[in-house]
Write a protein that binds this ligand. Structure first.
Ligand SMILES: [Zn+2]
Length: 411
C-alpha cells in the first residue's frame, strides 16, 4: 500500500493510516490535510442524494399546493351543499304551506258543494211550488173568464212563462191581487235562489281555480326539489371523491416527508463522511471477492433496459452464498443497509467524490461511520434484493455518476 487514505478528523484513523506509510508520505499527507477543506468545498460528491432531495422537496411542494387547492375546493363544495340543503328545506316549508292551503281549500270546496246541493234542492222545491201555484192560478183565471172576455183569457193562457205572464198581467186588471202577489213572491224566491246558486258556483269555480293554481305551484316546487336533490347527491359524491383524493394526497405528502427525512439523513451522513474523508490518492483497488468469475460486465446491455452500472461476480461455488466481500480501498462506510432493489448493501466513500458499492450481500459486517481499509472483509456474498442468483454487484461512483470499475481495478 502506497499512501492510502487521509482522514481529516478522527485521530484514531490518522494514526491507523500513518502507521502503514512512510514518513515522507506522512508529511505530504499533513500538507494535503491542511488544504483539503478548500478542495472539499468545491467538490460535488453528493449529486444523487442532493438532487433526489430537491426532487422530493419539489414533489412535496406540489403535493402540498394540491392539498391546499383540494381543501379549498372541498370547502367550496361543502358551502354549495349547505346552500342547496337550506334551499331544499325552504322548498319543503313552501310545499308544506301549499299542502295545508290545498287541504283547507278542499274542505271549503266540499262545504260549497254541499251548500250548492242544498240550494239546488231549495230551487227545485221553489220551482215546484211556483209551478203548482201557476197551475192553480191558471185554473182560477180560466174559471173567472169563462163567463167573461175571451181576449184576456187567450193572452194569459198563451203566455210563454211566468215572467211573460206577469208583464202581460200588467194589463189585466181583473187578475186577483192575491194571485199577482203570490206570483211575484215565487218569482222573487226563484230568482234569489238561482242567483245564490250562481254565486256559489262562481265561488266554487274560484276555489277550484285556486286549487289548480296551487297544485301547479306544488308540482313546480316538487320538480325543483327533485332537481335540487339530484344536484345534492352529485355534490355529495364529488365531495366524497375529493375527500378520498385529499387523503391520498396526505398519504403521499407523508411518504415524501419520510423520503425527505431519509435523504436529509443520508446527505448528513455523506457530508460527515466528506468532511472526514477528503481525497483519493489514485491507488489501485483490491478485487472485492475471492471469485473472479464475471457473470455480467460493466456496460453489459444483454436483457437490460440500461447498460450495466457495475460488475457482477458469481460465487466460487455457483449458487453458494457466503464468499467474503472485501473493501476495494480505504474509506468510510456511508451506507450499510437493506433496500428492496440492492438488498443488503454497503457504500464506501474513498474521498474526492469516489464511492464503491457492494450489493446483494447475505450479511453486512460493517456499520455506517466505520473506517475500513483496503481488503478488509466487510460482508458476505448473497442474493438479497433484486437478484436472481448468488453474486456480488460491485460498482464505482465518481462525482455522482457510475464509472467503469476497470479504471480502478484488475482481476
Ligand atoms: Zn449487477
Amino acid at each position: 500500500m502506497m499512501a492510502g487514505m487521509k482522514f481529516l478528523s478522527g485521530k484514531r484513523s490518522i494514526f491507523k493510516v500513518m502507521g502503514l506509510i512512510c514518513k515522507k508520505c506522512a508529511l505530504a499527507i499533513m500538507v494535503l490535510a491542511l488544504i483539503a477543506p478548500f478542495i472539499a468545498t468545491t467538490q460535488i460528491i453528493l449529486g444523487d442524494s442532493k438532487s433526489d432531495l430537491e426532487d422530493a422537496k419539489k414533489q412535496q411542494e406540489d403535493v402540498q399546493s394540491k392539498l391546499e387547492e383540494t381543501k379549498k375546493y372541498i370547502e367550496d363544495l361543502q358551502g354549495q351543499v349547505s346552500d342547496i340543503q337550506s334551499y331544499i328545506s325552504s322548498l319543503d316549508s313552501q310545499m308544506e304551506t301549499i299542502s295545508s292551503s290545498l287541504y283547507e281549500l278542499d274542505l271549503q270546496v266540499q262545504d260549497l258543494e254541499a251548500t250548492i246541493k242544498t240550494t239546488e234542492e231549495e230551487l227545485a222545491k221553489a220551482e215546484e211550488d211556483a209551478k203548482v201555484q201557476y197551475e192553480q192560478m191558471k185554473l182560477r183565471i180560466k174559471f173567472m173568464y169563462e163567463h167573461n172576455d175571451e181576449t184576456y183569457l187567450g193572452m194569459l193562457l198563451n203566455a210563454e212563462d211566468m215572467a211573460d205572464l206577469l208583464s202581460k198581467a200588467e194589463y189585466i186588471n181583473q187578475l186577483s191581487k192575491y194571485d199577482r202577489e203570490m206570483l211575484e213572491k215565487y218569482k222573487a224566491t226563484i230568482d234569489y235562489i238561482a242567483q245564490t246558486k250562481a254565486d256559489l258556483e262562481a265561488d266554487k269555480e274560484e276555489l277550484v281555480n285556486m286549487q289548480t293554481n296551487l297544485q301547479d305551484q306544488m308540482s313546480a316546487l316538487s320538480l325543483l326539489q327533485s332537481t335540487k336533490m339530484t344536484q345534492l347527491t352529485n355534490l355529495n359524491n364529488t365531495v366524497a371523491a375529493e375527500e378520498s383524493y385529499y387523503s391520498r394526497l396526505e398519504a403521499e405528502n407523508e411518504a415524501l416527508e419520510a423520503t425527505t427525512r431519509q435523504l436529509e439523513a443520508r446527505i448528513k451522513a455523506e457530508e460527515a463522511a466528506k468532511s472526514s474523508v477528503t481525497s483519493y490518492d489514485g491507488g489501485k483497488f483490491k478485487w472485492p471477492t475471492t471469485s473472479t468469475r464475471i457473470t455480467s460486465d460493466y456496460g453489459d446491455t444483454d436483457g437490460r433496459s440500461a447498460p450495466h452500472k457495475g460488475i457482477d461476480i458469481g460465487a466460487v461455488k455457483v449458487g453458494v452464498a457466503g464468499d467474503p466481500i472485501y473493501a476495494a480501498y480505504d474509506g468510510k462506510v456511508v451506507i450499510s443497509t437493506y433496500s428492496a432493489s440492492a438488498g443488503n448493501y454497503i457504500m464506501i466513500y474513498h474521498g474526492d467524490g469516489l464511492y464503491t458499492r457492494y450489493l446483494h450481500c447475505s450479511s453486512l459486517l460493517v456499520s455506517v461511520g466505520d473506517y475500513v481499509t483496503k481488503g478488509q472483509k466487510i460482508g458476505l456474498m448473497g442474493t438479497t434484493g433484486n437478484s436472481t442468483g448468488v453474486h456480488l454487484h460491485f460498482d464505482v461512483r465518481l462525482n455522482g455518476s457510475y464509472v467503469s470499475p476497470w479504471n480502478y481495478l484488475s482481476k
